[in-house]
Design a protein around this ligand. Structure first.
Ligand SMILES: [Fe+2]
Length: 390
């Protein structure tokens, strides 16, 4: 019986305190002439972009900077603004940039992926919504990550908001996986508390959804369980003290492990629903996940084998021999961790208007992450989960 599992990740992952120092060696071999840096103004203010500029200058590589990612839910118009760099008068050839370097969190990496795809494939990023719609390789991309995290620096997914339809599109293709990811905790110490909290709980939601996914396998399981243990131990520490480099480093590893797990096992309804909320109300992705995760887990629980529920329970630091109690304990553990890092407990606190629930539910069921959710639901199930989390 055929049962294959492709494992997709960047070709090289530079990981650890000081990892950025290895970047020049990687770039040297490429004989690059021109690079586009994709980032936001805050990254420039923090000096992170300057760090990379120094590296490029030392290698005599010319570059332009696109800093037009204006908020954490990148839109089609941000992608189009970034693509204008390819059309400026000194860029007669659309492929004049040989490399894109994104600096920042998931929003910046996702926007860079979308720019890289359209630059070589043409059309609009809307044309590539869904799974495997990209037909040609994107411009090579190096993602320098500053959060822990969306996992976007090492995944084949880009999430872009289409404001005209008020939906967040998922674009999934191995062609858009960054060529190199850089995870150096030095770039993470300035992450504000709220970003530490929301991106840290996003890591947890990636790991839990990958673990219960229909495409989970032993390699993604070990990454997911490892990530869950790290999040429960180190996220409160990273939240309390951003300069705790050990906690930052452990959360960086949790982000990488959960990112690799979901890149290869897929996600589920938490992300289907959070994507829609992000498209409608433009608030932080991780916070939506935090609120939805216990309720989606409760819905999914009947379809998750008992042994796996017990494994999850243990990874979150509690043990019981009773299945029903284990489900309760998992839900409580997620809610307690969210409360500990001051994430709001209800969707209504994050802008959800009850009148939008039906539309959001319809769109959530169309999201590609729904395919790997362990229990397939209908519109009324989605509405029920939204209402429970309201
Ligand atoms: Fe996420």
């Amino acid at each position: 019986m055929e049962n294959t599992h492709n494992f997709i990740s960047p070709k090289t992952n530079l990981i650890g305190i000081g990892a950025i120092k290895d970047l020049p060696n990687e770039l040297l071999a490429w004989k690059l002439s021109k690079v586009l840096i994709v980032t936001d103004k805050n990254m420039i203010k923090l000096g992170y972009v300057e760090n990379v500029e120094k590296i490029l200058k030392s290698l005599l590589i010319s570059y332009d900077i696109f800093d037009g990612i204006l908020h954490p839910n990148p839109t089609v118009s941000f992608v189009e603004d970034g693509l204008l760099n390819f059309k400026k008068k000194w860029n007669v050839f659309r492929r004049s940039y040989k490399l894109i370097i994104s600096i920042g969190g998931g929003s910046n990496h996702d926007c860079a992926k979308a720019i890289a795809v359209v630059a070589t494939n043409g059309g609009s990023i809307i044309d590539y919504e869904g799974y495997n719609k990209v037909t040609k390789p994107a411009i090579p991309h190096i993602a320098i990550n500053t959060t822990a995290g969306s996992g976007a620096e090492l995944t084949m997914f880009a999430i872009i908001a289409d404001n005209t339809r008020r939906v967040k599109m998922s674009i999934a293709s191995p062609f858009i996986t960054p060529f190199i990811s850089v995870n150096d905790p030095i770039f993470m110490t300035t992450m504000p508390k709220e970003v530490t909290a929301s991106s840290g709980i996003d890591v947890l939601s990636h790991a839990v959804e990958a673990f219960v996914s229909t495409e989970a396998n032993p390699s993604t399981d070990s990454l997911a369980i490892g990530a869950i243990k790290l999040v429960f131990e180190y996220l409160p520490r990273a939240y309390d003290n951003g300069n705790d480099l050990e906690a930052r480093e452990k959360m960086m590893f949790a982000n990488i492990m959960a990112g690799m797990a979901f890149n290869n096992a897929g996600l589920g309804y938490v992300h289907c629903m959070a994507h829609q909320l992000g498209g409608f109300y433009n608030q932080t992705h991780g916070c939506y996940n935090a609120v939805l995760l216990p309720f989606v887990f409760e819905f999914n629980a009947v379809s998750i084998p008992e042994r796996r529920i017990m494994q999850l329970c243990e990874a979150m630091g509690t043990i019981t021999q009773n299945r029903a109690q284990a489900v309760e304990l998992i839900m409580e553990a997620i809610k307690d961790l969210s409360a500990r890092i001051r994430i709001p407990g209800r969707l209504r606190e994050m802008g959800l208007d009850e009148r939008d629930i039906e539309m959001l539910s319809e769109n959530a069921l169309k999201d590609i992450s729904s395919f790997t959710n362990p229990r397939q639901g209908f519109i009324d199930d989605m509405i029920g989960i939204f209402k429970a989390a309201y």
